[in-house]
Design a protein around this ligand. Structure first.
Ligand SMILES: O=P(O)(O)OC[C@H]1O[C@H](OP(=O)(O)OP(=O)(O)O)[C@H](O)[C@@H]1O
Ligand SMILES: O=C(O)c1cc(=O)[nH]c(=O)[nH]1
Length: 172
């Protein structure tokens, strides 16, 4: 599927208009309901196939942030052959008590994988937690960058934000 068709389909299935409180606390008149494009197998497949080309060449592990990025990172792992860490917002309180499940991240080049990025706040929180666990994080990769300041905020943390799509790619 070509990129313009992906844009068209994502907009059709996931773009909502209304009043939405975002993770950052901001109020927005629009919302990309990522679960709608993730629930569509052919669209998810097309999105992830394009994201494979954006993975930095020195990446050793993919790290998908719960919940929305888990389906994306799983398919990205399938197409890239890279192992995956599934990253919780909080460490599990029983069993292995892990924040990052799956692949080992200690001393490895880890690419954070996200769905929709607004302020970049969630990536920063998770990057701090993963770095505490020994991960080396220079990049994050998302499906949609809403272009609300995340690129600069992340750069200040030493993280380059790569995105398949930007807000400007969609209709206004
Ligand atoms: O760039 P930010 O301002 O941090 O906002 C974007 C974050 O908010 C959304 O997650 P949400 O909290 O809705 O979680 P979910 O994936 O568990 O649904 C989105 O999936 C990003 O993780
Ligand atoms: O910033 C957010 O919380 C957010 C924005 C958006 O468009 N979609 C989403 O899932 N989260």
């Amino acid at each position: 599927m070509i990129k313009s068709e992906i844009v068209k389909q994502i907009y059709a299935v996931s773009h909502l208009v209304g009043s939405f409180q975002l993770r950052s606390g901001r109020i927005s008149s629009e919302y990309f309901d990522k679960y709608q494009f993730e629930a569509n197998p052919s669209l998810l497949d097309a999105v992830v196939k394009q994201m494979v080309n954006l993975i930095p060449s020195n990446t050793e592990v993919l790290a998908g942030l719960e919940l929305g990025a888990i389906s994306i990172v799983t398919l990205l792992s399938h197409y890239s052959g890279l192992p995956t860490a599934f990253v919780r917002k909080e460490a599990k309180k029983y069993g292995t008590s892990r924040l990052a499940e799956g692949a080992q991240i200690n001393n490895r080049k880890v690419l954070i994988v996200e769905d929709v990025v607004t302020s970049g706040g969630q990536i920063i929180i998770s990057a701090h937690q993963l770095r505490e666990l020994g991960a080396e994080i220079d990049y994050a990769l998302c499906v949609i960058d809403r272009e609300e300041g995340a690129v600069d905020k992340l750069l200040a943390e030493g993280i380059t934000l790569l995105s398949l799509l930007k807000r400007r790619d969609f209709p206004t």
